[in-house]
Write a protein that binds this ligand. Structure first.
Ligand SMILES: [Zn+2]
Length: 395
């Protein structure tokens, strides 16, 4: 019977056996780490560089969407690399240089070489790798969209059209308007959510360490490089760079936002009580998009393997593609719902949740019976060190 038609009865899932089979899969993956993973990383990075090069070579001619899209894809690729490298995906791959491991990538001044975005790399790594991955779908998850939208776009008396408009504005700006302040406050408050706004010190840090470097590089220095070609060239480069920023926000919003949001996905009233339960929660709280092929996966910024990524955040990109059909088959075998749909369908389902037209499923605290002893991966204190903050792998 297809997954979608099977009723999910959490208490009937054999958590220990599910965990055992996943562990065996993981061991196979670890044993096969090799040059193919390193070469694949280099290839994807090259694709991003080529996109940037195309944008740089043409952006001074006139403001135009193609140059902006090329520049944007180059920027999105840096985030894609940050995601997997920051998760320690390449730390154990033979032949990968230190600069492409969590020990080197975007650390310190390498931020300006590897991943210059609105967010501080160490803030994003803490918010994402530690908080989001350790508490997916729980109250402590900073990215729980249904909860975050409550009172703003969901459950408010505003007309629906206005809520759609506000959501569109968020999608076009969210790296700067939402993610930069959120990740910074998560880092500085060590994940505590007290609902208060940024303090003066946090606002100062946001402006000087997040907004100023990004704006100075992309909106001042970058266009100024084209001044020798004339004012029009510099103006065109500026327009294309601003449009590239908007496109990067839109692109990333469309692939990041729906990963854990939809009426067919679960959120959780309590942390998992066992490792097996944790695996199940990661699966039923995540959605995949269409998978397979470098072009397709690159277009989705590798967020189309979200289920596998949440089982094992520290794998190289290539491994997700390899293991995806096996994970899906295991979920079918154990009666664990495995959601995989086109990104556009998932965007629609996300929007319905955000504006309050639909609600997510809830998994009651004791729905998954499991082996004794709570399991939660250690949440490490933020210390400004990128390399020490990716510990979310449930082992
Ligand atoms: Zn991740």
């Amino acid at each position: 019977m297809p997954q979608s038609q099977r009723v999910f009865v959490p208490s009937t899932v054999d958590l220990e056996a599910f965990q055992r089979e996943l562990k065996a899969l993981r061991e196979q993956l670890d044993a096969s780490l090799g040059e193919a993973d390193a070469a694949h990383l280099r290839k994807i990075e090259r694709w991003g560089r080529l996109a940037t090069l195309l944008g740089v070579a043409t952006c001074w001619l006139a403001p135009n969407p193609l140059s902006a899209a090329a520049l944007s894809l180059g920027r999105s690729t840096r985030w894609l690399l940050m995601h997997h490298v920051g998760h320690r995906g390449y730390d154990r791959v033979p032949g990968v240089p230190d600069s492409r491991t969590s020990r080197g990538f975007a650390r310190g001044r390498r931020r300006f070489l590897d991943w210059l975005d609105w967010m501080l790399p160490e803030a994003w790594v803490f918010e994402h790798n530690v908080l989001h991955h350790s508490h997916t779908g729980e109250e402590a998850d900073p990215d729980l969209l249904e909860r975050n939208a409550e009172g703003k776009l969901r459950g408010t008396p505003q007309p629906l059209a206005l809520r759609y408009l506000l959501l569109a504005l968020l999608a076009l700006t969210w790296r700067a308007s939402y993610y930069a302040p959120e990740t910074l406050s998560a880092l500085r408050r060590k994940g505590r959510r007290d609902g208060s706004g940024l303090s003066r010190a946090e606002v100062w840090e946001l402006v000087t360490r997040c907004y100023a470097p990004y704006a100075a590089f992309y909106f001042v220095l970058f266009p100024a490089l084209f001044l020798p070609l004339g004012l029009w060239a510099a103006f065109s480069a500026l327009c294309n760079s601003v449009l590239a920023d908007v496109l990067t926000s839109l692109h990333t919003f469309l692939v990041v936002g729906p990963n854990h949001t939809g009426e067919d996905l679960y959120r959780f009233d309590a942390p998992p009580k066992s490792r097996g339960a944790r695996y199940v929660q990661q699966v039923v709280g995540s959605a995949n998009y269409r998978t397979g092929g470098d072009l397709n996966d690159f277009a989705h910024l590798w967020l189309n393997y979200q289920i596998e990524h949440h089982l094992w955040p520290d794998l190289p990109m290539l491994k997700y593609r390899e293991v995806q059909p096996k994970v899906r088959a295991l979920c079918e075998k154990y009666g664990v719902p495995y959601v995989q749909e086109s990104v556009w369908t998932r965007v629609r389902k996300m929007v319905d949740i955000v504006v309050g037209k639909a609600s997510m499923r809830r998994l009651a605290p004791d729905a998954l019976s499991g082996d004794a002893g709570a399991h939660r991966p250690e949440v490490q204190a933020p210390g400004g060190e990128l390399g020490g903050m990716g510990a979310e792998e449930p082992a």
